[in-house]
Design a protein around this ligand. Structure first.
Ligand code: PEP
Ligand code: CO
Length: 460
């Protein structure tokens, strides 16, 4: 088991069993790339990660809500400014719907600028009798089904770093350079969303926000002076799966002397790599970033208790977010004992809902898909569980894109199985498109109003 008594080092994970690892064909090539990555500048700063942790602590105490969203797997072939901008737009729109509808601050965390690695259920994929290595995300290999394309290539670690740099650079420009100013709330409505029911509903809120801003201006308040209205705090996150990459970007903070994984603000442990005695848990326990832990249907109460005590030994609020992903058919049965155990133990962890990963199935045309209604059902049950236990439903974790894709069924776009082939571009799991994402945000804003009283407002 990951012992907290041995001194932690960034390379210590190498002594533990490593799940979900590609078989790199050339160890020397990999080592060379690791050394090169270790000389590169950090993507994020420790102070930013601490700021996110402080905000997550607010959510853990029922005073804020987290929206964590983005691709299942970012693609090396889809890195244009338009793609990044449209993803950001839909996340900002969802945050507006949530903030306006529910009156709680929304902490915005992208699955972006580093979300390149995928755990897989099978190590190999078979098509027409040909068996090849599974696709593990663009940081490892390509989704193209040839022997050459599927061979893990260490140069991809460097490409992932460089794409993360340019994505983050653009995100920082968008979020602080005027694009995200609240006065542009109308401009975030994408064309195809603006023509939908959800887009029209959003326009009503945008009108009201605009009127409120005009009122403030008429009262003599200088809106240009207020950074909360002019810019948005946006954080990055990804699953810490390829530890060679994470180790190379782990640096000691000069202010505190603590280790930070500077590849993203928040790193999470996937449902398939959360073994207590495994390399991933051992690596993440030693970095001081805020962490996430996926909590799937096989998680037992004792296991969760051990994991939280390893990943958050001081029970620090904001340090650890538990991301429930049970599936709509089982969440009401499986989640309550886990939430109850955490409450009983006086734990500070924040609970969020990933209504995507427990609800994937293969459609008749062969595409992986999810039903919007199942996503909604798991989300509403998550809220009901927390209402019944008096705990705070702290956030939503979703896979989405700003593009008008046809990957998930139903929702605002009313897609059916025959529509899936029209514009299915995900290289891994099916994502909500912009209309479906906004539709979900409006529902969640309603659940927040109906089922959740911010803990700060409860009468004692
Ligand atoms: C993911 O978030 O993309 C993922 C693979 O999730 P999980 O670990 O919950 O299966
Ligand atoms: Co996924």
């Amino acid at each position: 088991m990951a012992s907290t008594t041995t001194e932690w080092t960034p390379q210590g994970w190498r002594e533990y069993p490593l799940a979900q690892s590609p078989t790199w064909p050339d160890a020397e090539h990999l080592a060379r790339i690791e050394r090169e990555l270790a000389t590169k500048p950090p993507l994020v700063f420790a102070g930013e990660a601490r700021r996110l942790q402080d905000q997550l602590a607010l959510a853990a105490s029922g005073r804020a809500f987290v929206l964590q969203a983005g691709d299942c797997a970012e693609s090396f072939d889809e890195s244009s400014a338009d793609v990044i901008r449209d993803k950001l737009k839909v996340i900002l729109q969802m945050a507006v719907a949530l903030t306006y509808g529910a009156g709680v601050p929304v902490i915005k965390v992208g699955r972006i600028a580093g979300q390149f690695a995928k755990p897989r259920s099978d190590d190999v994929e078979e098509r027409d009798g040909l068996r090849l290595d599974a696709f593990r995300g663009h940081i490892v290999n390509s989704e193209v089904f040839t022997k050459e394309a599927r061979r893990p290539d260490p140069d991809r670690l460097l490409s992932a770093y460089h794409q993360s740099v340019s994505t983050l650079n653009l995100l920082r420009a968008f979020t602080t350079g005027g694009f995200a100013a609240l006065s542009r709330v109308h401009a975030w409505n994408q064309e195809f969303v603006a023509n939908s029911l959800e887009g029209k509903r959003y326009e009503v809120i945008a009108d009201e926000i605009e009127r409120a801003l005009q009122f403030m201006k008429a009262c003599g308040i200088d809106l240009h002076d207020d950074s909360a209205l002019q810019s948005v705090e946006f954080y990055t996150s990804h699953e810490a799966l390829i530890l060679n990459y994470e180790e190379a970007l782990t640096r000691r903070d000069s202010l505190t002397g603590d280790w930070y994984d500077c590849s993203a603000h928040l790193l999470w442990v996937g449902d398939r790599t959360r073994q207590l005695d495994g390399a991933h848990v051992n690596f993440l326990r030693g970095v001081s970033n805020p962490l996430g832990l996926k909590v799937g249907p096989t998680m037992g109460v004792d296991e969760l208790r051990s994991l939280v005590s390893v990943l958050n030994p001081e029970n620090t609020p904001g340090r650890l977010t538990l991301i429930s992903r049970m599936g709509h058919g089982r969440v009401s049965e499986l989640l309550p004992p886990l939430v109850e155990a955490m409450s009983e133990d006086g734990r500070s962890e924040l609970w969020t809902c990933d209504p995507m990963h427990g609800n994937t199935f293969v459609a008749s045309g062969g595409q992986k898909t999810r039903r919007f209604d199942d996503v909604l059902s798991e989300t509403s049950q998550f809220f009901l569980v927390h209402q019944a236990l008096g705990t705070w439903p702290g956030g939503l974790h979703v896979e989405l894109t700003g593009d008008d894709v046809t990957e998930c069924l139903g929702g605002g776009s009313r897609l059916n199985e025959t529509d899936l082939a029209q514009n299915y571009t995900s290289i891994c799991d099916p994502r909500l498109n912009a209309t479906q994402s906004l539709d979900l945000a409006f529902h969640v804003a309603e659940y927040l109003q109906r089922y959740a009283t911010p803990i700060g407002e409860r009468s004692l």
